[in-house]
Design a protein around this ligand. Structure first.
Ligand code: SAM
Length: 228
């Protein structure tokens, strides 16, 4: 059902004022534009965001960072939109930095983000696609990691978590094999305030926690190669 949704032809075509109206006021006045700071860009992407719990948890932690959830299901995307609008209405001045877009992240990441734009990417409890012949549908693969590396800034962090052990091993092994990502040491992971949200903030993580399930994370840094 990913039949009909608009896809920006390039990142320049993404209308940020629709997503983050407080950051892109319609009336710019036209004066002093030369000295004006460059417009903010989206820095965090939550891929397959589901019902948006991570965005809601991250928003107050990074109030000046624009974040977007990418979600394939139409109804779920609409729900997240409504959820964010309701949060903005009942908490004026808050939740202006989060938004959601309906898209197929496996096809359109480069349509949304420029080279080195993102500082964090999240892949929380992605669909497992157990069968060997369906592994190509997994949101982490060597080819897709090439794309993620392209849109991520050097030093940026990719966060993955799942309750499916086999998928956890798969995501870790893809990241380990990829020359542009490097595992972050566990002490550093423990000190990262974002990490707690991975297993508590999303709807799927809460379901797993209620059922007492184990989780498996792989958290890697985007590194540079000499040639870059
Ligand atoms: N991350 C959320 C959480 O932890 O609660 C949702 C996890 S849910 C198991 C996986 C989500 O990924 C679903 O909402 C699904 O619609 C979405 N999804 C699957 N394939 C996708 C794709 N190619 N592009 C965008 N979203 C996708």
């Amino acid at each position: 059902s990913d039949s009909h949704f608009p896809v920006p032809v390039s990142p320049d075509e993404v209308d940020l004022s629709q997503h983050y109206p407080r950051y892109f006021p319609a009336d710019k006045g036209g004066e002093g534009e030369e000295e004006a700071a460059p417009p903010p860009r989206i820095r965090f992407a939550d891929v397959g965001c589901g019902f948006g719990g991570l965005l809601v948890g991250l928003s107050p932690l990074f109030p000046d960072t624009l974040m977007i959830g990418m979600e394939l299901r139409d109804k779920v995307t609409e729900y997240v939109k409504e959820r964010i609008l309701a949060l903005r209405a009942s908490n004026p001045g808050q939740y202006d930095n989060i938004s959601v877009v309906r898209t197929n992240s496996m096809k359109y990441i480069p349509n949304y983000f420029r080279k080195a734009q993102l500082t964090k990417m999240f892949f929380l409890f992605p669909d497992p696609h157990f069968k060997e012949k369906n592994h190509r549908r997994r949101v982490i693969s060597m080819q897709l990691l090439d794309e993620y590396a392209y849109v991520m800034e050097v030093g940026g962090i990719i966060y993955t978590i799942t309750d499916v052990e086999e998928l956890g091993e798969w995501m870790r092994s893809c990241l380990e094999k990829h020359p542009l990502f490097e595992a972050i040491p566990e002490e550093e992971i423990k000190a990262d305030p974002v990490v707690k949200l991975l297993s508590t903030a999303t709807e799927e993580s809460q379901k797993v926690a209620r059922n007492g399930g184990q989780t498996f994370h792989a958290i890697f840094r985007r590194i540079s190669l000499q040639e870059e």
